[in-house]
Design a binder for this molecule. Structure first.
Ligand SMILES: [Ca+2]
Ligand SMILES: [Ca+2]
Length: 499
């Protein structure tokens, strides 16, 4: 490891261990030893069951295919209601971190002065009784080689849940390092715990690859144990305009392996799902949940509603729960955690790119994740869907529900709502006989290379029939289309040699 990180500059390390952990050792160790793959909880991917695929195809055509988009999914007269756990209950003033626009710096490099930009990282920690957001600002010091810049963390702030004011962390309680190949690590400490965020081995596939800012490793100072129930924290890089990006936990899918061979499609499904054939995809990092209204509001504020010359979303649609006021887009109160819908494919694609180093899933990657690599008919297994597992038409909802509210519907890796709630745009063009064309050696398929006029939609939404919840089901629509029933999620992989 040292050779790979030989150019690393370790900065500002010592952690002030507090309280009960004050006698712990190793506080200055920024090491990454002993980490396990702490992605999600792993569930039990062993359900096995042969896929007999009893999915009934009674739906008579896909609800989501490019047809009329006028129905709006019923009226949303209630506005407030009990929208579960979105936002701050009680309306207490929210603690605001001191965001600012990262500055450019002139620093010494191998060939003279070069320009480098500050790095600001935002992380959310959710562990035991600690619920906090942390912002760390680091400035570039020098460039040791091409693309190998050392940084020093200069400021760190924390907003704890229930706290109205941000608290400045004392010097020494935080660090930030940028390693060779842009592998990065950040740490913060408070309440006697050290939280380390490692962006190094995030990458699936070869090197070099781009860092992606997700939680990697959280452990106690005292015993070095990995603290990884679910995903206790996530990180994102602040945008160049100083605005936060969404904090969306991801799961590695599957938990092990890099190249995944699985049986795709369904011989008893609709014609466009046939024949079942062997496909190779790379393991991926998938958002645990669909993009929410809170997430998409951050995007619209930073990016605007022009996505490659098309509207990113039908912002005037009834049922679009994000509103603009003076250039700031905000989710309507109570709708923060609901999936963003009325989003076009262009908006979905641009949103994932904007999230930085992410993209829409490929159709093959999505199906691999939803089917536990061909082992399950539905994300949760082979059992027919009920309203405890997925929100679909039988549940008679008027719009999607809050993300991750149906634990029984999670996938093998703990991914929420792959089936139902909002159907999900994926990156590929739709071609009805594409599965039949990719049978000989179907490695890392990305769909038809020629535009077909339609993009693939997966998983079914709250207004779709049960058959669309099957992992093998394919739907489609024109990329400019939007619907109260269709949203998206993102996957990691851009920057890795996934093709
Ligand atoms: Ca979904
Ligand atoms: Ca279908």
């Amino acid at each position: 490891m040292l050779s790979e990180r030989g150019l690393a500059v370790v900065l500002a390390l010592a952690l002030l261990a507090l309280g009960a952990c004050s006698s712990d050792t190793g506080g200055s160790d920024a090491g990454t030893d002993g980490r396990a793959d702490g992605w999600a909880d792993g569930g039990d991917p062993t359900d096995g069951g042969d896929r007999t695929d009893g999915g009934d195809q009674a739906d008579g055509g896909d609800r989501t295919d490019g047809g009329d988009q006028a129905d709006g999914g019923g009226d949303q007269a209630d506005g407030g209601g009990d929208q579960t756990d979105g936002g701050d209950p009680g309306g207490a003033p929210e603690c605001e971190l001191p965001f600012s626009v990262p500055q450019d710096h002139s620093i010494p490099g191998p060939s003279g002065q070069v320009s480098a930009r500050e790095i600001h990282l935002l992380c959310a920690i959710d562990f035991q009784d600690i619920h906090a957001r942390v912002l760390v600002k680091a400035v570039p010091l020098e460039m040791n080689a091409i693309h190998d810049t050392s940084y020093e963390a200069r400021e760190a702030w924390v907003c704890r849940q229930g706290q109205e004011q941000p608290e400045a962390l004392a010097d020494g309680m935080f660090y930030y390092q940028l390693f060779h190949h842009n592998w990065e690590e950040m740490g913060v400490g408070f309440d006697g715990l050290r939280f380390a965020f490692d962006f190094a081995e995030w990458c699936v596939g070869g090197r070099p690859c781009n860092p992606v800012f997700e939680i990697y490793d959280v452990r106690r100072l005292s015993d070095d144990a990995l603290l990884a129930d679910d995903l206790p924290a996530v990180c994102s890089r602040v945008t160049d305009t100083g605005r936060p990006r969404p904090l969306v936990p991801q799961a590695r899918v599957p938990a092990e392996g890099e190249e995944i061979v699985f049986e795709r499609g369904s011989n008893s499904g609709q014609a466009d799902e046939q024949p079942v054939h062997s496909v190779t995809v790379r393991a991926l990092r998938l958002d645990l949940r669909e993009a929410s209204n809170a997430d998409f509001a951050l995007f619209l504020t930073d990016h605007g509603n022009d996505c490659d010359g098309q509207p990113c979303a039908d912002t005037g649609a009834e049922g679009f729960h994000i509103r603009e006021l003076d250039g700031e887009w905000q989710p309507e109160p109570g709708f923060e955690d609901l999936p963003a819908v009325h989003v076009t494919w262009y908006g979905a694609d641009a949103y994932c790119s904007w999230r930085s180093y992410l993209r829409l899933p490929t159709e093959a990657g999505w199906e691999m994740a939803a089917s536990a690599a061909g082992e399950r008919i539905y994300p949760w297994g082979d059992g027919a869907p009920g309203c405890g597992q997925a929100l679909f038409d039988a549940c008679q909802a008027e719009e999607p529900g809050a993300a991750c509210s149906l634990d029984a519907g999670r996938s093998a890796e703990g991914v929420c709502d792959l089936a139902g709630n909002a159907a999900e745009w994926v990156s590929d063009w739709y071609q009805a006989d594409y599965y039949a064309t990719c049978t000989a050696e179907c490695r890392f398929p990305r769909g038809p290379t020629e535009e077909t006029g339609y993009k693939v939609i997966r998983g079914g939404g709250f207004a779709d029939p049960a058959a669309t919840l099957r992992a093998a089901d394919r739907s489609f629509a024109e990329p400019t289309w939007s619907s109260p029933n269709v949203g998206l999620r993102c996957q990691g992989g851009a920057g890795t040699p996934w093709e």
